[in-house]
Design a protein around this ligand. Structure first.
Ligand code: SF4
Length: 352
């Protein structure tokens, strides 16, 4: 028999009234603020998002500013958050909002879903939190909390399971406080019904209604299939310095880190001598090569295992480099203008 989530509503709302964390986008839940924060929260913890959120809103305070900002600056504001396609889609959505809705984020669940980069979760969050439209917002936290309450062994990665839960929650949404209800589930998942380690059931407002607690099955739920192992790629990262500037390379417009600036790299973990050989082939006359150590970066499907070198070049064949989308940039420009993905941070930090 399906679990009756309706009985949990008053307990969750009451708990939320006294336990919700004070967050900038909660204090002032403008649709634009809710939208930006929800996209950022898909990739980073609340505490880390606060700083990124303040910086972003100060630079781009509204939809119009987001629609008009140049891409380089936009990516720089997103630096550190990863998943750069999300912010590119946000700009596409902002342009559409300017063109079709005169700059007002639509107060309509279906129209929100129609915007680039906005799926059912974000549309539900913006609609319910900013506009009090009674639609659910089902994310990983909500799936974990609800499946534990119901003691359900459904595979939460399946779309059919997410859709079914969406409908169950839609049917019992409190019409007067849909945003708070959605946030109470998210907040419970983030602070009490924790994903890793043991949840804090003795602090939970719905412990008496939680079937997994009663049946002692908490640690077995939620059910997810075992992830495939990540592919390992080995790379040599080059911090090439020439006349007090450093080479950056623009990645292809498709695939991993598409269209972003990066430090040049070679497709293997090479020793200094092998690296020097390859640099010669690239038109780099070597003056000095210094090891910068090893680093690892984990993407969702790939792991980069890297070794890095600081290369002082006596001469560079710039014409060959331009063809291959290389530029020379000063340290200040790297700090302020170009957005370099986190994967390179161990080496960017070592720029002298
Ligand atoms: Fe989660 Fe424990 Fe609360 Fe059940 S009682 S919802 S497992 S925190």
């Amino acid at each position: 028999m399906a679990y009756n989530y309706e009985v949990t509503v008053p307990f969750l709302l009451d708990w939320f009234d006294y336990n919700a964390r004070i967050l900038p986008w909660r204090e002032n839940p403008k649709p634009y603020y809710v939208w930006i924060s929800e996209i950022m929260l898909q990739q980073t913890r609340v505490e880390a998002v606060k700083g990124y959120f303040d910086r972003f809103i100060e630079a781009l305070p509204d939809v119009e500013a987001l629609a008009k900002v140049d891409e380089e600056r936009l990516l720089k504001l997103w630096e550190g958050l990863g998943y750069y396609n999300r912010v590119r889609n946000m700009q596409k959505a902002a342009i559409k909002i300017m063109e079709e809705y005169r700059g007002e984020i639509p107060a309509d669940y279906k129209k929100l879903l129609d915007l680039p980069g906005i799926g059912t979760y974000t549309a539900g969050a913006v609609a319910s939190i900013a506009y009090q439209i009674p639609v659910p917002a089902v994310d990983g936290n909500v799936l974990r909390v609800t499946k534990r309450m119901a003691c359900s062994f459904d595979d939460i990665t399946k779309d059919s399971v997410k859709k079914e839960l969406w409908q169950e929650l839609y049917d019992i949404m409190p019409q007067d406080r849909p945003g708070d209800f959605n946030q109470s589930l998210m907040e419970l998942g983030a602070t009490v019904c924790l994903p890793n380690g043991k949840p804090l059931c003795d602090k939970c407002p719905v412990m008496h209604l939680c079937k997994a607690f009663k049946e002692d099955k908490i640690m077995q739920i939620p059910v997810k299939p075992v992830k495939k192992e990540r592919r390992i790629e080995e790379r040599t990262i080059l911090l090439i310095e020439y006349q007090d500037k450093f080479t950056l390379h623009k990645r292809l417009e498709r695939g991993l880190l598409a269209g972003l600036w990066e430090l040049p790299s070679l497709d293997a973990r090479l020793r200094p001598g092998e690296t020097a050989e390859r640099l010669k082939e690239m038109g780099v006359e070597l003056a000095e090569i210094t090891p910068l150590g090893e680093a690892k970066h984990i993407f969702s499907h790939v792991e980069w295992h890297m070794v890095g070198y600081h290369v002082r070049a006596g001469r560079l064949d710039l014409s060959r480099m331009e063809e291959k989308k290389f530029i020379l940039a000063g340290k200040d420009e790297i700090d302020e203008k170009y957005s370099i993905p986190n994967a390179f941070s161990s080496y960017i930090k070592q720029i002298p």
